[in-house]
Design a protein around this ligand. Sequence first.
Ligand SMILES: C[S@@+](CC[C@H](N)C(=O)[O-])C[C@H]1O[C@@H](n2cnc3c(N)ncnc32)[C@H](O)[C@@H]1O
Length: 376
Amino acid sequence: MNELRRKIEAEIGERGPIPFSRYMEMCLYDPEFGYYSRNAAQFGKAGDFYTSSDVHAVFGRLLARQFEEMWRVLGSPEPIVIRELGPGRGLFAQDVLDWSERKFPEFFRALRYELVERSTALRARIEQTLSRRIESGKATFAEGSENPKTASDRVPAIGFANEFFDAIPVEIASHRGSLRIDSQDRRFVETWASLSAEELEFMDRYLIHPEEGERVELTLQAQREMLSACEIERGFVVVIDYGYTCEEQLAGRHRGTLKAIRQHSVSANPYEAPGDQDITADVNFTALAAVAEKQGLQAQKLITQSQFLMGIGEANQFADAFEECRLPQERAKVALQLKHLVTPAGMGESFHVLVASKGVDSEKVSGLSGLGFGRR
Ligand SMILES: C[S@@+](CC[C@H](N)C(=O)[O-])C[C@H]1O[C@@H](n2cnc3c(N)ncnc32)[C@H](O)[C@@H]1O
């Protein structure tokens, strides 16, 4: 029998029915059997899902270009910290560091790259991918939201998260209340408890109240992670993910977005094979932006990944993508990969980008290339 299932059942036996977020937490991050704790085989084309950095290094390269521009907007401070949340295998960090070193040497000199990764297995993987960068001190592991911050927080910083917030455990609410997971006859069964004051408040502010038969996700832990990411004195926070705004939800979209994913196929059943499948929920961008504003950051209007990448890449016609291409067929292949990142049919419209800033002149912020597509 699945060992994680046994472990979850034992916890339910001791504590009684557990909140959905606790179930999701164990499925994804149990130190022994959690989906992200086991190995890195779930990533990439051969795994369960792939992210933008798997498609082509141009994703990290374009972001390096944008980070360098942000650094200049901040007055070219030394040092500048990029703090990446949930870096996974470290591919994005590798692309950003390599491209910055090649194209933006002054920025690279000032840069300190911090990785906040909770999975021990993935940290080991990052140690291999970024061994040279870690040895030289350019990249370091940093603590997450659960640990107190250090003096480095006064250093200007750019917080970055790609597909991080969709992997943070959620609560689920229906008209019957807040979901609890119980175990009966070796099966997980759903029961409902009253909504807590915190859950009710979140729902009143950022969500539609679910109608009969509907479910919505309460992204309370994501709010706490965002709060920690926004604890900066000066700088930017950039969040890329699939998600929604309150307005979209009101218009009838993104109501109940929890999914289980295994080998590129999606199931609505998160209770199958715990620990062997990914579980994700779309990101509530309205709620994340509200946290940023509360922390004194100025949140920009949400844009699509397509608009963001087009804005950064259009000035030099995406030269960052084609640099190594010698033959026409190599160019054609890279053009297809770029298209996948940018076009609506690929990842361009399903992913959105939230940029928030603190201590920076707002005109300079809105002049950033990533925020300017269609303006020039
Ligand atoms: C879907 S993966 C995305 C990985 C990477 N950003 C990418 O685009 O390929 C989510 C990552 O966030 C990490 N993670 C989740 N919760 C975390 C937390 N509270 N602190 C640090 N890392 C976390 C997971 O271990 C995993 O590496």
